[in-house]
Design a protein. Sequence first.
Length: 260
Amino acid sequence: MTEHSYEFTRAVTRKPSASIVEGLRAQDIGTPDLEQMLIDHAQYVETLRETGAEVVELPALEAYPDAVFVEDTALCLPEGAIMMRPGAPTRAGEVDGMAPVLRDCYDVVLDINGPGFIEGGDILTTAKEILVGRSDRTDAAGVAELRSLVDRWGYSVHEVFTPAGVLHFKTDCSLLDGETILATKRLDASGCFEGYRVIHTADGEEAAANAIRFNQFVIMPAGFPKTAKRLRTAGYEVREINNTECAKLDGGMSCLSLRF
């Protein structure tokens, strides 16, 4: 396993499509504004590139409204990529669209074949293990199949449980460095981060938990000043990006890229 699980040289993103207004959502808090989402997405891509990483920006997929959330399609590890099997049936075709892209990047690409389901948004890879959250989109059989695939590379898979009402495990947490995790209090209370240093999001700012550590930056959604201050006080270089439109579809910073 890699010691620095937040250091990357490449990322894959996908432009939002006009069909994004039909994207899945746990509750309706408004229709996404495509124009604003494109502006925000461009800033996100530029911030990734600012670290010196190569960023591939794939064209929009009109047939798949949620395709901008590429993280759910695969788990990218140094040794190889594993194509996921989404729990939302309407998203299955997104994996087929991503597979040839990753086959150009990796010598080894494996597949979750089922019958279980698993999405990348439920997987947090640390320097010690792979944490996988059971959720409405990831079930026990999906976790078990992932464990069988990554065992060949020496990874330990720790199955945990996502709080009720939370779409994905990483909706409520993100990796800050090899031993530190940003998390909501409700998720940390489950005990799933025993052995890690945990920085809590500020009360009322739980949506800030879905951030990413990408090389020198912690990239987080804008609009959560107390949590941003906590991160800066802890010594992290924080970049804030507007996420109002993706949030209408339960999306955040980690959802928008595959990083390797």
